[in-house]
Ligand binder design. Structure first.
Ligand SMILES: Cc1ncc(COP(=O)(O)O)c(C=O)c1O
Length: 409
């Protein structure tokens, strides 16, 4: 009997329908703009080395760090988050509002398992974060889209989707949205639109999952402060906000969190499968973050990623054909490029590969297949490469676009 004969007939419906991994998570080419990987040069190696030495050389500290941990999370780490939210956003929460999770992917997964039964409707932006789309799908959700326009999520469009669903007797379980430095578009929703979205959510009794992975990576703070999160603006407790240490410290920690009202946090905690999440990583981050090292790290990142963002925007201006348009993100990792429908996406990917550069094809960020006649989209990540490499990559991408446009004429 082969393994295939043994397992295939026994797969659960979920396992049989799970599809393929959306991407492998590694940069394939030296000049890859495809993946939003943090720059490894910016991992706080020295701080982690010192913090882990302090933990591991101390018998009591190491015994606690290497033991099973609390399901809610390591209390000093939760306390650190509580203090940081107060300091950086003026947002006052209690430890009971927080749950440490296996990355923010874990928090999104728990939110999905908390709310979604097979076939339940969840609203997502079009385009959205590919990872979250597959998490939501795997939870059994049926995804309906709300439009994203030049200013971010289209609140009026969202309301009309809700109206239509309401008329059909469908109550969506939640809206999953990234109002700040959206992945893949880089857009940030204005304060007015956030308030309007919450009003719509109140009218239609909609729960919101707010993915806030990139909030700390704000490059234009000299031009004004960021709008408050939906969680902070909400007065009804209808928002579950997710956060992560993946972008500010290191994704290999696999640590994130959920922020919500205590009864929601408690229920999510009961759904956690791993128990205490990567306890030693939690102890490491709490030890590292004593005395404000996390704020210093965020400052270092902002100073390092801003020139990369600027290098990309300037290079796009210099090297992309006139037919291209793109977003100008104030933070996060991504720029979203729009090209005319006459560009054939596979042909562009082939020409780009010939030039030794790749990107994430925008079509995979949409929950439904894009219809012919739609623009061609590309997501470009500026997080991983150096400013010089970014310029070279964009130059080559511009060449590939011109080639493809030339062959389309
Ligand atoms: C918008 C967004 N949310 C969540 C994640 C998941 O991050 P993690 O699970 O590492 O916290 C990512 C990672 O790319 C992301 O871009």
């Amino acid at each position: 009997m082969t393994n295939k004969d043994m397992f295939e007939p026994r797969w659960s419906r979920r396992a049989a329908e799970v599809g393929t991994l959306p991407f492998t998570g590694g940069a394939r080419l030296p000049l890859s703009l495809a993946y939003g990987l943090p720059d490894p040069e910016l991992f706080p190696r020295a701080g982690f080395a010192a913090a882990s030495a302090r933990i591991l050389s101390d018998p009591a500290a190491s015994a606690a760090a290497l033991q099973y941990g609390s399901i809610a999370g390591h209390p000093p780490l939760i306390e650190m988050l509580v203090e940081r939210l107060a300091q950086t956003e003026g947002l006052h929460v209690s430890p009971a509002n927080l749950l440490i999770t296996h990355g923010s992917s874990g928090a999104i997964g728990l939110a999905a398992r908390l709310l979604v039964d097979d076939g339940d409707v969840v609203l997502v932006e079009a385009p959205s974060f590919v990872g979250a789309l597959s998490i939501l799908r795997r939870s059994g959700a049926q995804l309906y889209t709300v439009p994203v326009v030049a200013s971010g999520l289209d609140v009026a469009g969202t309301e009309s989707v809700l109206q239509t669903l309401h008329r059909q007797g469908v109550q969506p379980k939640a809206l999953y949205t990234m109002p700040t430095f959206h992945n893949p578009t880089g857009l940030t929703l204005s304060l007015d639109s956030r308030v309007a979205l919450l009003e719509v959510a109140r009218r239609y009794n909609l729960v919101i999952i707010e993915d806030d992975a990139y909030r700390d990576l704000y490059y234009d703070s000299a031009e004004g402060s960021l709008p408050d999160s939906l969680y902070a603006l909400d007065e009804d407790g209808r928002v579950i906000r997710t956060g992560t240490f993946s972008k500010t410290l290191a994704p290999g920690l696999r640590l994130g969190w959920a922020l919500a009202r205590p009864e929601v946090i408690e229920r999510m905690m009961l759904l956690k499968e791993e128990g205490g999440t990567v306890n030693i990583a939690q102890h490491l981050v709490a030890e590292f973050g004593r005395d404000g090292a996390l704020d210093a790290q965020v400052q270092t990142l902002v100073e390092a990623y801003r020139p990369k963002r600027d290098a990309m925007l300037n290079a796009l201006e210099s090297y992309l054909p006139d037919e291209a348009a793109w977003t100008r993100p104030a933070g996060g990792f991504f720029v979203w490029v729009t090209l005319p429908p006459s560009i054939d996406p596979p042909e562009l990917a082939r020409c780009a590969l010939e030039q030794g550069v790749d990107y994430m094809p925008g079509a995979i960020c949409f929950p439904e297949p894009l219809q012919p006649g739609n623009p061609t989209y590309l997501r470009l990540a500026f997080s991983l490469l150096s400013p010089e490499e970014i310029v070279e990559a964009v130059k080559r991408l511009g060449k590939a676009m011109r080639q493809t446009l030339g062959s389309a004429k």
